[in-house]
Design a protein around this ligand. Structure first.
Ligand SMILES: *Cc1c(COP(=O)(O)O)cnc(C)c1O
Length: 384
């Protein structure tokens, strides 16, 4: 059916109608007082969302551009860095730090497993000369649906004292609580098409005072993503270069919606939707890919054994106009992923679960009782 698409992938995520309409306006001059006012409001709300007093910097780039800014501004060629790698995005971090000539040591875990904070602690404790300049991790590993234990990893980094903690929070920001100042996270990168409920095109970087000190001596080459000019401009409710004005209109509207909902309510919604999805998958007799105690609140990965993952995706798309994500790299064809990040309601989850059950039947997966998935999701979502 035309115009009835439901986007249930972990990015780009669905965009609310009022955000789309906010973007459908003539651009105004980015040096005008009117636009400066918009930037001011956005900056305040970004600090609120990031739970930080520091200005959050906005760049015109996808999430990877924000990640790159998080590396080139604070490190120098030859610096020793530990990179957590348990999926595609952890690997992207490692590829990136290698591309910039950093001495990269992967702390690896299997795809679908959680990073072992102990392995990171051991490396840090053995580093008595304080050579390790950064520990770089992906909080929510979107490729596998695993949420890494950032709080524990960060505690070990704090005990080391020298190293910065640099975080890819692209699918955790706006889904789970990330108290940046309270934990003392140094660099936190995210992107607009994930938890922000707006289209792709903006990257965000939160930077601690300690990271700004490292910025003073960091020597990797940089220009467009040199965060120094962004810091100066942001403090004056301005931008160093022309921002995507219409995306900023959207961001302004989306952040307003988030403030109206409230941080705790946003996190609680993601938690309920995650638990409802996982309960339904189990009730349908499908194996969950990520462990229960390390489940991303943005995406649930499923590794079906009785049906083909790609066939599930294709029936869901053709028959129900629901887009699910597939597996990436070594997981291609092995898993499918249900996104529940951003503008996703309980109704969306029930819809996906019901459609998935019908899809499984069509594909000959007959082991579950009628309505088992919806029943399990409903039990999680029911209010007492
Ligand atoms: C989406 C995503 C990114 C950024 O990807 P872009 O395509 O550059 O926006 C980075 N890390 C994670 C974990 C992601 O999910």
């Amino acid at each position: 059916m035309e115009n009835k698409d439901l986007l249930m992938i972990p990015g780009p995520t669905p965009v609310p109608e009022n955000v789309l309409l906010a973007q459908a306006k003539h651009p105004i001059g980015h040096r005008s007082p009117e636009f400066s006012e918009i930037i001011g409001e956005i900056n305040e709300n970004l600090k609120w969302l990031h739970q930080t007093k520091q200005d959050v910097l906005t760049v015109t780039a996808s999430g990877t551009g924000a990640m790159e800014a998080g590396i080139i501004n604070f490190l120098s060629a030859g610096d020793r860095v530990l990179v957590g790698s348990n999926g595609k995005f952890g690997e992207r971090w490692a590829d990136m730090t290698e591309a910039f000539g950093l001495k990269t040591e992967r702390i690896a875990a299997g795809w679908g497993e959680v990073l072992d904070p102990e392995a990171i602690r051991e490396k840090l404790e053995a580093d008595t000369n304080q050579e390790i300049k950064a520990v770089i991790v992906t909080h929510s590993e979107t490729s596998t649906g695993v949420l890494n234990d950032l709080e524990t990893i960060n505690r070990h980094v704090k005990n080391h004292g020298e190293a910065l903690i640099i975080v890819d929070a692209v699918t955790s920001l706006g889904a789970v609580s990330l108290p940046i100042d309270q934990w003392g996270l140094d660099v936190v990168a995210s992107g607009s098409q994930k938890g922000y409920m707006i289209p792709p095109g903006l990257g965000f970087i939160a930077v601690s005072e300690k990271a700004w000190q490292a910025y003073e001596t960091a020597t990797l080459p940089k220009f467009y993503l040199d965060l120094g000019p962004y810091r100066k401009s942001t403090a004056k409710n301005s931008t160093p270069y022309t921002p995507p004005i219409n995306l900023m209109y959207g961001l302004q509207a989306a952040l307003k919606m988030m403030r109206n909902e409230g941080l705790e309510n946003i996190f609680a919604r993601h938690e309920r939707n995650t638990q409802a999805t996982r309960a339904a998958i189990e009730a349908l007799g499908l194996p969950l890919f990520a462990p229960n105690n390390a489940a991303s609140r943005a995406v649930t990965a499923v590794e079906p054994t009785t049906v083909e993952a790609e066939k599930v995706r294709s029936v869901m798309k053709k028959q129900f106009n629901i887009a699910l994500a597939g597996g990436q790299n070594e997981l291609k064809g092995r898993i499918f992923r249900i996104g529940h990040l951003g503008f996703v309601s309980e109704r969306d989850v029930l819809t996906v679960v019901g459609a998935l059950e019908a899809t499984l039947r069509e594909l000959g997966h007959e082991t579950m009782a009628n309505g088992a998935g919806v029943a399990a999701a409903t039990r999680v979502l029911a209010y007492s």
